[in-house]
Design a binder for this molecule. Sequence first.
Ligand code: HEC
Ligand code: HEC
Length: 348
Amino acid sequence: MKRKTIIIWSLILTSLVFFGFTSVNTYFDISKEDVDLKIPKGFPKPIYKFKNNKLSPDVFVLGRELFYDPILSKDSTTSCASCHQRIAAFGHIDHALSHGINGLIGKRNVPALQNLIWKDAFMWDGGVNHLEVQPLSPITNPIEMNESIADIIVKLRHTDHYVRDFKKAFGDTLISSERILKSLAQFTGLMITANSRYDKYMNGSDTFSVVEKRGLELFRQKCAACHKEPLFTDNSYRNNGIKPDSSLKDKGRGAITGLESDDYKFKVPGLRNVEITYPYMHDGRFRNLTQVMDHYASPERFSGSVSKEMYGIGKLTAQDKKDIIAFLRTLTDKSFIYDRRFVDPSVK
Ligand code: HEC
Ligand code: HEC
């Protein structure tokens, strides 16, 4: 063979070997660093500290597997991710009320899943107070996944890759509710968003337009009493004046505490990524931020036991509303939505 042909052939062979190796997909690999808990600058101490649930790549990977697997529902149609969509910051964009198994419709809007380790309680009414216990509610709810943990354990035991994955994560093949719940908590607990344009503006690495700056000022005067920075919630329950929906009969916090004074109060939602978590409010009644702003600007429409801070909002001009919306859009965190760690591993 001529020298030139030899060179060409060896180039072809080397590239075949090279591409052969790189076709092993490393996109879904999770390293120790990927599960390193980094508290963003300016954030308070988290409430859920992974104390008896030490973060580990293999436990996180198992949690991700379970989150995206419809096996957790009775008829294997509905996964956590069916309702909590990554592109909507793990909320659900096109439905006002959640859709579960057999096309059944729930009574509340799917909230975004983000910065959960700073929440003292979950759900719109705070009815669940521990991140690890939280998934039991959708799993057993007849209109969500309608399944029991006991059945899930049986199904997982009969799935070879889960037997391997539990062993990898916990050292032996025991599949228990505790392990299922802990791994889900690692996956959802690391859903931390703190890299929006707002965060970059706050740390000096980005600038705001005049409109966005004005929006932030107005927000601090009128909204921050409840939507407190940097999480954009003070974790309290308030009535923000929306009229109760007579068909849903949802008393919110009142149904949990039994106190009439808590009726129609809901947990103040953190507003990060709010641009992409529409529709809005516990029942998804507002389709867009303009409708939300029209509500806040109309005190004459506030319902009965509205929280007194609502009257601090006062008049909002058309320009004020636009400016506040422009500011709210700076809370979108693309690096969170497109974070490789949270992508559905079954797409590989
Ligand atoms: C049928 C749709 C549906 C499914 C499936 C579902 N969820 Fe949810 N999720 C919701 C709704 C609706 C809420 C709010 C419920 C409420 O306020 O009563 C919620 C609330 C939550 C919350 C609390 C968020 C907060 O900020 O308070 C977490 C965490 C959560 N879900 C995780 C999960 C996990 C993990 C799974 C899978 C095991 C799951 N969800 C399955 C619809 C769903
Ligand atoms: C009195 C406390 C309070 C004040 C003041 C307040 N909010 Fe809210 N906000 C709430 C509560 C509570 C909810 C959830 C209500 C519900 O779902 O029933 C909410 C919901 C929202 C939502 C919907 C979020 C979602 O995920 O569905 C947006 C957007 C919002 N507020 C923006 C604002 C803006 C902008 C201002 C200032 C003009 C403001 N809020 C002032 C308490 C407050």
